[in-house]
Design a binder for this molecule. Sequence first.
Ligand SMILES: [Zn+2]
Length: 526
Amino acid sequence: MKQIFLYDTTLRDGTQSEDISFSAEDKIKIAKRLDAFGISYIEGGWPGSNPKDMEFFDRARTTKFKHAKIAAFGSTRRAKNPVEKDANIRALLDAQTSVVTIFGKSWLLHVKEALQISPEENIALITDSVAYLKKHGKEVIYDAEHFFDGYKQDKMYALKTLTAAKEGGAEILVLCDTNGGTLPWEITEILREVKKNIATPLGIHTHNDSGTAVASALMAVNEGCVQVQGTINGYGERCGNANLCSIIPDLQLKMGYRCVTDEQLAHLTSISRYVSELANMKHQKNLPFVGESAFAHKGGVHVSAVMKTALTYEHVVPEAVGSVRRVLVSDLSGRSNIIFKAKELGVKLDEKSPAVQKIVDEIKEMEHYGYSFEDAEGSFELMVKRHTGEMKQFFDLERFKVSIQKDSLEKDARSEALIKIRVGDETEITAAEGDGPVNALDKALRKALEKFYPELSQIHLTDYKVRVLDTQSATAAKVRVLIETKNGETSWNTVGVSPDVVEASWKALVDSICYHLLKHHKKNTN
Ligand SMILES: [Zn+2]
């Protein structure tokens, strides 16, 4: 199997993404993960451009990497400077990496308008910048910036810049679609022409402005490129860079190339999540291979087929990329979703049981009312168990009363809750104050129940979300409340819907408590 060398530029191109900034510490952490994942080259940054990147290189020098080489990135020397006096070239050497990636201009438009030098001067500074770095013992990767646009304007000149880098001693020439405007079939055509003239190994660096960065990178490998540059999750300036999280499994699972070991590939989803976590970006659900929805089935027909043979609606095995198959519960659900979901939750549900149809009917009715169970598996499990007779009535509500008081002297309103519940033959009345009515009600309910169920002291609310469902009805709109509850390491989500935010919260709270009691009760009776 032919080896493809992966070159990650998340720490350089990725940080040019509008909403991303990594500290030097973040960068070291990411570099270690990329190394363990099997990336061959990690571009750490542009040492000449900012002190943060220099700090990264200082720390990277004393960090042990098992496999990856760290690359410093920068431009060819400025036209007016002799190479040994050029500050940018100096900074590249000061980074003390074994690899230097240097970019030069391939497009006459840039040579004339941006650099304002002659085409010959540009050729000369490419050769001597590369040669100088080689003289200092570096492995040199040459990034031909705007190569495809340059080639379209003046084919001979673009090829001459590659020859210049080759003559300087560059190990590999990377063709860049810097503006992201080149389409995959053009990449193929141009690469075929380049290969007729250049024997040096080639690499590819694409941007996603046409939505085809991954496709272009794959086509380039198909034409013989041995290095692929890209970023985790496709982070990058404007519309992003080629997404390595798509390219790697495509190359390895479908095209027969080797990028990483199978075991490393199974860490793809976790590295994708890890980088999004450090980037402080929400992990996009619909990312191919690694997104939460990548192997999530919702339509009833799909689910029923997937349960028989996963291949019917899945292009690869989710485990190969470290993902898992999910079945979503929604009003599109048929019987098979419910059965699959129940199985996942450890609830035995006979396919022919009359409970199945009742559960399907109730889900449809509740979703019509505004419930959503996709993020509330705790409430879903309780509902299933109510129908299968596995649910116990832990308490009954007699009544509650919540009051909010505000006067002109106080900064914040005060909330109080009074509650009366019944457990078996006993009743209990308690009151509590809280930060807001829901908090007061939560406290009062726990206080009342803890006498009967001391195990409730182990759990606490960790997240509370309110969504207005029908904004057109303004203050009369229904709201959906989602609550996350934790008991040590385990957490569960519950949901409540009502036109009244306190009542919606109450429903979600009761489910949250009953879920814990059910689990606790089951553990102690088994
Ligand atoms: Zn780029």
